[in-house]
Design a binder for this molecule. Structure first.
Ligand code: SF4
Length: 456
């Protein structure tokens, strides 16, 4: 199993792309800061959102049943899925009942998590992702690398080539206007041919039984209004108690995600249009287990804004694929070990623990503290790579013996200063692969401190 560091190495091979990826995401982070600073009481909003979500997580059973009851009385069919497999089977059953063979889907990280597309494709169903970024990665046969900006790892020139190959477009030197127009035309046809529209759910309101989907392209509305059948997939944690709480989350979501005051479309779905059917599938898939973990339960408050990814120095310079998980970045590194600790044991270590993720999170999840908690658990359970475990053991021994530490310090300083460059910057020195060591001092900190003290 490849660790995060090994996968990051693949992304890091293209230094120009890494720099560009880093810059692009930092630009989004800065837009988020500007947008947040324009809202008076931003911190109060975050506090409020965090409180509402904490209430939801403490009373999830009650709210879910209330939501189900109200949705049903609105004429929506409600289904429950305990895992991804059940979710996919329910979707397929609905498609079969409606003799559907063509599906349009707006962005839904849950359906990514359930691997719905390959499942339906294996049954002969055409599934078209209609969010532009999602469609780009779908054409490239790649998963999304970011939860809000799924194709952020692709340059416009790469998209140009991709569209020429799949949509028959003309070479345009990566002209975004031309490429977007061509994608729009292509997607219009798909919307018109679709039998069923699948959407995600950003917020499901217990009080009304309705739900809200946020998009910037209107693709959710387009799909739903042109299809007779609408299937909405939601995780159990998407509930909010009342309609009045929507204002809190809608104000936070878009500003945190892209720096916009609001997403272009906040589509409210309350009941099927006359003659149509609407289904909601409520999915657990490991969430109840995460809820039972006291230290990690608040990770379920996540509203998937992506701000923690945009600000994370590791994510920005290692790319979304280095996490090998549906949800990458800091929040993904908390959620993924809960699903499969062995597979994702390297993720909580892919962090500087600088706390920037926690600072930007609109629902105030203590992300870096939870990453630190996972590190403790993983270390205790011995789920670390052998090399890392051995190095940490030796380091622990050295740090426990001051004399040994001092002697080693002298030797290492000597080696760094006088050994030939090829030895110091050998393959064993991962740190020095793309960095120079600072100038090596003659003594250690202790000596420096004493000298300074004596000199007054
Ligand atoms: S953890 Fe917070 S910052 Fe990260 S995606 Fe979720 S809501 Fe956004």
């Amino acid at each position: 199993m490849m660790s995060h560091a090994k996968r990051a190495e693949i992304f890091n091979k293209n230094e120009a792309k890494v720099n560009w990826h880093d810059k692009a995401l930092w630009y989004v982070r800065e837009k988020r800061d500007t947008a947040a600073h324009h809202v008076k009481g931003w911190e109060y909003l975050r506090e409020l959102a965090s409180g509402i979500k904490a209430n939801v997580l403490s009373n999830l059973d009650t709210y879910l049943v209330e939501f189900e009851k109200n949705a049903q009385s609105n004429g929506i069919e409600v289904h429950w899925a305990s895992n991804a497999e059940e979710h996919n089977k329910i979707v397929y059953k609905i498609l079969t009942q409606n003799k559907a063979s063509k599906v349009v889907k707006s962005k839904s990280m849950l359906t990514e998590e359930c691997h719905l597309n390959p499942y339906l494709e294996s049954k002969g169903i055409e599934v078209i992702d209609t969010d532009l970024g999602e469609r780009i990665v779908q054409l490239a046969k790649e998963p999304p690398s970011h939860i809000v900006l799924p194709a952020i790892h692709k340059t416009k020139e790469e998209i140009d080539v991709l569209f020429q190959e799949h949509l028959g477009t003309k070479p345009s030197n990566g002209d975004p206007q031309y490429l977007t127009n061509e994608a729009r035309k292509h997607l219009r046809d798909k919307f018109l041919q679709a039998d069923v529209a699948i959407t995600g759910v950003n917020f499901a309101i217990a009080e009304t039984g309705g739900f809200v989907v946020c998009t910037n392209e209107g693709n959710s509305d387009m799909g739903v209004h042109l299809s007779k059948v609408h299937i909405a997939s939601m995780g159990i944690e998407k509930i909010i108690p009342k309609e009045e709480h929507l204002g809190v989350f809608l104000r936070l979501l878009a500003r945190s995600a892209t720096g916009q005051p609001i997403t272009t479309y906040s589509s409210h779905y309350n009941k099927p249009a006359q003659g149509n059917v609407m289904h909601i599938i409520i999915v657990d898939n490991g969430r109840t287990e995460q809820l039972s973990r006291e230290d990690f339960r608040s990770s379920l408050s996540c509203i998937r804004c992506g701000a923690c990814m945009n600000t994370c120095p590791i994510y920005r310079r290692s790319g979304g694929y280095s996490y090998n998980a549906t949800i990458p970045g800091p929040i993904g590194s908390i959620l993924s070990p809960g699903m499969d600790m062995k597979k994702h044991s390297s993720l909580p270590f892919a962090s500087t623990l600088c706390g920037s993720c926690t600072n930007v999170c609109p629902v105030k999840i203590n992300i870096h503290e939870q990453l630190y908690k996972w590190r403790q658990i993983i270390t205790k359970e011995q789920k670390q790579p052998l090399v890392k475990k051995t190095i940490l053991k030796i380091t622990g021994m050295v740090l426990a013996k001051p004399k040994l530490y001092a002697v080693l310090g002298i030797s290492i300083r000597w080696v760094l200063k006088y050994a030939p460059r090829f030895m110091v910057y050998s393959k064993l020195n991962a740190w020095g692969k793309s960095r120079e060591f600072p100038e090596i001092e003659n003594g250690n900190f202790d000596q420096w401190y004493k000298k300074r003290k004596n000199n007054g």
